[in-house]
Design a binder for this molecule. Structure first.
Ligand code: ASP
Ligand code: MG
Length: 403
């Protein structure tokens, strides 16, 4: 079999771990498999590099910033290839550019344009195990680029697709995708399998298992991804094309505690008001998470509430204040003490009563719902942040996810 194995930074925190992972890779090779290794930077290296850059001048020189950021992965690839070779498993460190990963030129957030696996194929043909630096490529104009934080996942999936690998394994310190964050819900279980769409909903809901861009690439190229732990032997979770009608109404529950709610109170109830508020936010580069307008008051005024990521809060407050003044609204309410609970699953669209079960379980726990939003495979509620953990456990229980 041809296997792509990606190891994250927490699996490569120090040289002892590099040795342990190398032993594992070596064993797979000895079992007769062709392995293409993809590595992240060791531990917190990427954050440390970013900090150094900020102390010098980083952000004004994005092409040079990417050049610096790449070096974390280059170190871990070189060390891993050396350790493999020392063990008697011939290995070669390979950069993203050498691995044929060509990207656009959006520094720090580049998209893969195409992958030419010629060089990797030639190494494999000679019995050499390539150890590829994750998270990077080269633009058509010849500049080195990086693929966004967590981008080594994308490298692994893109290579698995280009090399027609039989398996793409993403190793980290968690045993896969769980029915809820196990640090918050002790009864949470690792899922055997879920669909790309469910994974995307969970990723954007704050379940940080795979880079979103990587899941999109996997969905588009049809690569089955196996997310599993470096440190435990469980099979992990498959992220794949699941066409079957899910027997379960809900696959997992996600929690996002990094949101702020903004309320534009008493804005005129006439066409164009919501448009104006949202346009100004998007012009300022603020992504709106949920938006919701309450029924009109008798005096022809309405309330608009929306949620944004905490990191966008200062910008959002400024923009909403300006919009409120422009429109002649009454007040701006800002509430950072919120959390979003989402029940996610393919079953949501063909099981009646998912929303009712969710609302009832929160009601039984005496937890007030502030906002609601639904999509084809998700129902979300905004609750007070202090209720978040309790709400998550309630909902997890209500859908029988611990069974
Ligand atoms: N080292 C990069 C990061 O920390 C890429 C990765 O780990 O996937 O974001
Ligand atoms: Mg990562």
């Amino acid at each position: 079999m041809r296997i792509v194995q990606k190891y994250g930074g927490s699996s490569l925190k120090d040289l002892d771990l590099v040795r342990m992972v190398a032993a594992r890779i070596h064993k797979t090779v000895q079992n007769g498999h062709q392995v293409v290794v993809v590595v992240s930077a060791m531990g917190d290296t990427t954050d440390e590099l970013l900090n150094k850059a900020l102390q010098v001048d980083g952000p004004s020189s994005l092409s040079n910033l990417d050049f610096l950021m790449m070096t974390g992965e280059m170190q871990s690839a070189a060390l891993m290839a050396m350790e493999l070779t020392r063990r008697g498993c011939l290995a070669q460190a390979v950069s993203g550019a050498q691995a044929g990963i060509r990207t656009d030129q959006v520094f720090g957030q580049a998209r893969i344009v195409d992958v030419d696996p010629k060089f990797l194929e030639s190494l494999l043909d000679r019995g050499v195990t390539p150890v590829v630096t994750g998270f990077q490529g080269v633009s058509v104009e010849g500049f080195f680029t990086t693929l966004g934080r967590g981008g080594s996942d994308l490298t692994a999936i893109a290579l698995a697709s280009a090399l027609k690998a039989d398996s793409c394994e993403i190793y980290s310190d968690v045993a896969g995708v769980f029915t809820a964050d196990p640090r918050m819900v002790p009864q949470a279980k690792a899922l055997e399998a879920l669909s790309y769409d469910e994974m995307l909903e969970l990723a954007s809901q704050g379940a940080q298992v795979l880079q979103t861009q990587a899941v999109l690439y996997a969905r588009q190229s049809g690569v089955t991804v196996n997310a599993r732990s470096t440190f435990e032997s469980q099979a992990g979770t498959r992220i794949e094309t699941l066409e079957v009608d899910a027997p379960r109404p809900v696959t997992a529950v996600a929690l996002d505690t990094h949101l702020t709610k903004l309320g534009l109170v008493g804005v005129p109830d006439r066409p164009g008001v919501a448009a104006r508020a949202c346009e100004r936010l998007s012009e300022a580069g603020v992504n709106i998470d949920l938006v919701f307008q309450a029924l009109s008051h008798e005096n022809a005024r309405a309330d608009i509430a929306l949620t944004v990521a905490d990191r966008d809060r200062p910008k959002a407050v400024q923009v909403c204040q300006a919009t409120l003044t422009e429109l002649g609204g009454l007040a701006l309410v800002v509430d950072g003490d919120i959390a979003k609970i989402s029940a996610v699953g393919f079953g949501v669209r063909n099981h009646v009563g998912v929303a009712a079960t969710l609302f009832r379980s929160l009601a039984n726990a005496g937890i007030n719902i502030q906002m609601i939003s639904t999509s084809e495979i998700k129902v979300s509620c905004i609750v007070a942040r202090q209720d978040a953990q309790r709400a998550l456990n309630q909902v997890h229980d209500a859908f029988g996810l611990d069974a």
